[in-house]
Design a protein around this ligand. Structure first.
Ligand SMILES: Nc1ncnc2c1ncn2[C@@H]1O[C@H](COP(=O)(O)OP(=O)(O)OP(=O)(O)O)[C@@H](O)[C@H]1O
Ligand SMILES: [Mg+2]
Length: 254
């Protein structure tokens, strides 16, 4: 397969939010362990100099389904493209863990060619303010096209009926960005992080059932990336046909 065909078929999931501690590495590791459990070839590319996802992989027992790791933080972010060439050809899913406090250039570079972009957010007013900035940057700086439906939010460590959560829902609704899952504050995530496991590796899984259900919701949404992309292209081409350009008449002159 040519490198551009490979880029087209690779499920490249970028987890991003410049706010620290909102759950980026938690999402990356749990989604990766879900894919690995399905026997899909999965790679984590960690761009965070803290190396949390790589450290998690090092704690992971070799008897568990395999996940590979690339410590991309050892290179400059501008080298992203050449690093992507290091991803083994048979990879189905590439999960990108990003650092807190990303600048505009890095944001553009990391989100280029993403199949999906997940934004975890904590429900505090400060975090909601920060995520509004992050979404604005993704749309205006990284030029993510909303029609492509790549963007989704995961509300983390949250209770549904709080004022700030309702405000967040309203804001995202106005932008047409879905909240695809709501993760509760749960020790299961902390135990999993400490032991190099994901919720899908847990025995017995019933212990973490409500949390696993939310991860499964995220993964179902991610699995649909090709359909979302197709629909986005259709929406864009319909819009291109029906919306006249400025200064262009909609009626033909004789
Ligand atoms: N739903 C949750 N319930 C309980 N603990 C959680 C939950 N989500 C994340 N945590 C814990 O919160 C801490 C921060 O999460 P995590 O490391 O995933 O955030 P991050 O966005 O990757 O942080 P950083 O920006 O520093 O990389 C970790 O100790 C993690 O185990
Ligand atoms: Mg992290």
């Amino acid at each position: 397969m040519s490198s551009s065909a490979r880029r087209q078929s690779l499920n490249r999931i970028v987890v991003i939010n410049p706010k620290g501690g909102c759950g980026k590495s938690t999402l990356v590791t749990n989604i990766a362990s879900c894919y690995a459990k399905r026997n899909q070839s999965t790679v984590i590319m960690d761009y965070d100099p803290q190396g949390s996802s790589i450290a998690w992989l090092q704690r992971r027992d070799s008897s568990l389904p395999e996940i590979s790791g690339i410590a991309a933080f050892k290179q400059s972010m501008q080298a992203t493209r050449s690093w992507q060439l290091r991803v083994p050809g048979e990879t189905n899913n590439l999960l990108v863990d990003s650092p807190a406090g990303l600048g505009h250039d890095d944001l553009r570079e990391l989100t280029r060619d993403a199949s999906s972009i997940l934004i975890p957010v904590l429900p505090s007013p400060m975090d909601i303010h920060a995520v509004s900035r992050c979404i604005a940057d993704l749309l205006l700086v990284a030029k993510i096209n909303r029609n492509e439906r790549k963007l989704a939010v995961v509300a983390n460590r949250t209770r549904k009926n709080t004022k700030s959560f309702t405000r967040l829902m309203r804001f995202l609704d106005s932008l047409g960005i879905p909240i695809i899952a709501v993760l509760r504050d749960s020790q299961n995530f902390i135990h999993a992080a400490e032991s190099g496991t994901g919720l899908h590796d847990m025995h017995p899984p019933s212990r973490a059932k409500p949390d696993i259900e939310q991860i499964d919701r995220i993964v179902s949404w991610l699995d649909n990336w090709q359909q979302r992309r197709k629909m986005g292209i259709q929406v864009a081409s319909i819009a291109g046909k029906t919306v006249p350009r400025l200064g262009q008449s909609t009626t033909q002159s004789a």
